[in-house]
Design a protein. Structure first.
Length: 125
């Protein structure tokens, strides 16, 4: 009696912890979309500036290819879409804002007499 309950519990636990794999036919549209995304990413990665930056960061080409191979179709299309739509130098607005802020802080402290950075704020005597 206990053996049959143990066997049933074993098979139930196996069915709970296994995943089912479903095979389906891939349409030509899906295949072309995936290959277009991969070619878009590859063309971006083959740019000299990108390769120089990746080399400076210590990322090897083999590592990149292995990671690309492990991405799903949805992830590939998201990356491809971001490459196509994000403007180059999009983070420059923050840098310019910081520079303007520092300039204004130094200008105000120079006018108030706390610093002597700019010569045009000093009065001529």
């Amino acid at each position: 009696m206990n053996t049959s309950k143990l066997i049933i519990a074993f098979f139930v636990s196996l069915s709970l912890f296994t995943t089912s794999m479903f095979a389906e036919v891939i349409s030509t549209k899906q295949l072309l979309h995936k290959t277009a995304a991969i070619s878009s990413i590859d063309s971006f990665l083959n740019k000299q500036e990108v390769q120089a930056k990746l080399a400076a960061l210590g990322v090897s080409n083999d590592n990149i290819q292995a990671r690309l191979a492990s991405l799903t179709e949805e992830e590939l299309s998201q990356i491809s879409h971001k490459i196509d739509t994000l403007p180059a130098g999009a983070g420059a607005g923050g840098i310019i804002g910081v520079i303007v802020f520092i300039f204004l802080v130094l200008l105000v402290t120079d006018i108030l007499g706390y610093t002597k950075v700019y010569s045009f704020t000093r009065s001529v005597q």
